[in-house]
Design a protein around this ligand. Structure first.
Ligand code: MF3
Ligand code: CO
Ligand code: CO
Length: 259
């Protein structure tokens, strides 16, 4: 995906991405109150799929390279790509990342948040808060002329200063009519390195931050990525556009206006 050209989107296409992104944010808002002890990850999937259909959209993950469900649900040591399952019951103190990507009129809105199930441990709370702040700091780097390495450096500096580690094996990505395309956006790296950002670039930033080692392992189901040491992992994701003078977050619900 990284030797493809980086396509710059027109104002019209960015407006399409804004509509898809907004629906994605609204879907996460809708799912939030369902995240409680006793719910299964399959129930969350089914609620998400029904809501997506009701809004005239399609779930991009379903059938994507054979992924079997409509959303990713990644609990505790699962880094990403957790598969919703009827046997997986959420319990008090878990953390769960829910990653959604509705397709609206051909365009993908890709966003995820990590939620607490009941009350988190102090460590889990710190990991999740640091991860969300990593995404905020990364977005603050985005403007024309900045470099892709600036994004990763901001994330890595903040995560590592809190004693956490940055996952290497999964990166942010260009997104539009295509789910995953150029550029790749590593969540670690060096300031001043990498390609220059230009107005019209649209990509995700989706740092996965681990309590222990950054190394991951993919389970026998070929999807579920877990931390090698089975310690906690958290993730937040937004789809953003580089604008003429900075950045626009496309996966926001304007009625809430939170980042
Ligand atoms: N939404 C994920 C991402 O952020 C991709 C999920 S692909 C799937 O890029 F096949 F696992 F759904
Ligand atoms: Co995603
Ligand atoms: Co993504």
């Amino acid at each position: 995906m990284d030797n493809e050209p980086i396509v710059l989107l027109s104002k019209r296409e960015i407006d399409k991405m804004r509509q898809a992104g907004r629906l994605a944010a609204e879907l996460l808002d809708y799912l939030a109150p369902y995240v409680k002890p006793g719910v299964t990850t399959l129930e969350l999937n089914d609620v998400a799929e029904a809501w997506t259909q009701k809004h005239g959209a399609k779930s991009a993950p379903l059938g994507y390279h054979g992924f079997p469900k409509s959303i990713c649900t990644s609990v505790n040591e699962v880094v990403c790509h957790g598969i919703p399952n009827a046997k997986q019951v959420l319990k008090e103190g878990d953390i769960i990342n829910i990653d959604v990507t509705p397709i609206v009129d051909g365009y993908h809105g890709d966003t995820s948040r990590t939620f607490f199930v009941g009350q988190p441990s102090p460590l889990a709370r710190r990991l999740v808060e640091v991860t969300e702040e990593c995404l905020r700091r990364a977005i603050a780097e985005v403007k024309p002329g900045a470099r892709i390495g600036d994004i990763g450096a901001a994330i890595q500096d903040y995560a590592e200063s809190h004693g956490f580690s940055v996952v290497r094996d999964f990166v942010g990505h260009g997104v539009s009519r295509i789910f995953h395309t150029a550029p790749q956006i590593p969540h670690y790296g060096q300031r001043g390195k990498g390609k220059k950002l230009r107005p019209g670039m649209v990509f995700t930033i989706e740092p996965m931050i681990n309590e222990g080692t950054w190394e991951v392992e993919v389970l026998a189901d070929k999807w579920t990525a877990v931390t090698k040491d089975r310690k906690l992992s958290a993730q937040f994701e937004h789809t953003i556009a580089v604008t003429d003078d900075g950045v626009e977050i496309l996966t926001l619900d304007p009625s809430l206006a939170t980042v």
